[in-house]
Design a protein around this ligand. Structure first.
Ligand code: 13P
Ligand code: SF4
Length: 401
């Protein structure tokens, strides 16, 4: 049992999150040397890639891609830049991309244009002979970084010491490290994504009276509320406080224990932005991702995963108006692909996810040209034991879907 309060640690990825926010520019790709000016950590890359213009990068990526043929699959998350996602063989939200990775058997190389936890998941779900490559190793996720393995193991020990046989099941959102998925795998737990969180929570409540939901408190709270769990039956676990900042009784009485993590991109959205959108366009439809706060999700007309947001807007009536609360690269793409509708971001500041944004096309080109030369760089490999345990939790989710 943890008996001392720990100093609060804010992940570097969280501190860097607003590095690419701008109010006066587009997100069109610039040579990497210019983008290095944003004060974030970038992976070192050979100098020749630093000054290439977008058009040269596009041409050379296309060439390397053609040479690599069927040996290569490029997966792209919807939040990737335009100049990168255009090369994705499959685009998807984190669930669709995990499902696709699990179905890949031929490709020797899988380049994952997304963030670290997604590439780890692809490695866990593919065969050992397949190589998963993340173009820029500094593309992490600030939410995943809010749940360190050590803190989560401490929390799990504390909860088990307190609750004994009274029951608790861990559920981790896909946006977490392989170590945390492994903890779920070996403790009868499961993984979820924003596409299936409700189904997963329902599965969990059929087996346990209590859930520890990691690491996104907002997805956990929004999902539990949709299932009829009352707000007073949930507590938040602050990893820097004794017993997460709770009393023994409040934990014993809780149905859901929410890890105190959040997405820095989705918590930018607020009620003022929704009110302003509704004042400007009285017939506007507000659609948001469930990583947004409870107030935003409850005030919105629709909420769901990125795949759900795309489907809803693509299928909407011509002439309809959409204010969207999710990552800006996806919102811009939806606006471009739906010219018959008005699609705009709830937040007027252009603020991409700074880790997704680190997959600059120069990094994609670098890893592809290395593959053409026979070198596998930036490979993501999860150790065998962790992979085996996390695969159990991932497969529970994939079987449910
Ligand atoms: P989904 O892809 O599951 O919608 O999640 C969004 C996200 O924030 C990924 O990091
Ligand atoms: Fe992480 Fe949020 Fe970025 Fe997704 S959008 S990768 S949850 S910081």
């Amino acid at each position: 049992m943890i008996t001392d309060k720990k100093p609060t640690i804010i992940p570097i990825t969280e501190l860097e999150q607003s590095a690419f926010c701008r109010s006066d520019e587009t997100l069109d790709v610039k040579p990497l040397a210019q983008e290095f000016a944003a004060s974030v950590r970038w992976q070192d890359i050979p100098v020749e890639y630093l000054h290439m213009e977008g058009s040269e990068l596009t041409e050379r990526i296309g060439k390397a891609r053609r040479i690599l043929g069927n040996n290569l699959v490029i997966l792209g998350h919807h939040y990737q830049r335009e100049e990168v996602i255009q090369f994705a063989d499959v685009r998807g939200d984190s669930f669709k991309l995990a499902e696709h990775a699990a179905s890949l058997s031929d490709a020797e190389f899988v380049v994952f244009c997304g963030v670290h936890f997604m590439a780890e998941t692809a490695d866990i779900l593919t065969s050992p002979s397949q190589n998963i490559i993340l173009p820029n190793l500094t593309a992490g996720c600030s939410m995943a970084d809010m749940a360190s393995t050590e803190d989560v193991l401490d929390c799990w020990d504390d909860l088990n010491t307190l609750l004994g046989d009274d029951g608790i099941m861990p559920i981790t959102y896909m946006n977490s490290t392989a170590d945390i998925k492994a903890l779920c795998g070996r403790n009868n737990g499961i993984v979820c994504t924003s596409s299936n969180a409700q189904r997963v929570m329902d599965w969990a409540f059929q087996r346990s009276k209590r859930i520890l939901f990691l690491p996104d408190q907002h997805l956990g709270r929004n999902t539990a509320l949709k299932m009829g769990v009352k707000l007073e039956d949930m507590v938040v676990w602050n990893p820097f406080k004794i017993l997460g900042g709770n009393t023994e009784d409040s934990i014993k009485n809780a149905k859901v224990i929410l890890w105190q993590g959040h997405c820095s991109v989705h918590t930018r959205f607020n009620l003022n932005q929704i009110n302003k959108a509704r004042e400007t366009y009285p017939d506007v439809n507000v659609i948001v991702h469930p990583e947004c706060t409870m107030e935003v999700v409850q005030s919105a007309d629709f909420n769901g995963s990125t795949e759900y947001i795309i489907k809803t807007i693509n299928e909407a009536n011509s002439g309809s108006n959409w204010a969207v609360g999710t990552e800006i690269s996806l919102v811009n793409r939806l606006a471009k692909e739906n010219p018959d509708k008005l699609v705009f971001c709830l937040d007027s500041v252009v603020c991409p996810c700074s880790t997704m944004y680190r997959i600059h096309p120069a990094y994609l080109l670098w890893v592809l040209e290395q593959l053409v030369d026979g070198n596998v760089i930036n490979q993501i490999q999860v150790d065998g034991n962790t992979a085996a345990q996390s695969r159990i939790a991932l497969e529970r989710m994939l079987t449910l879907a």
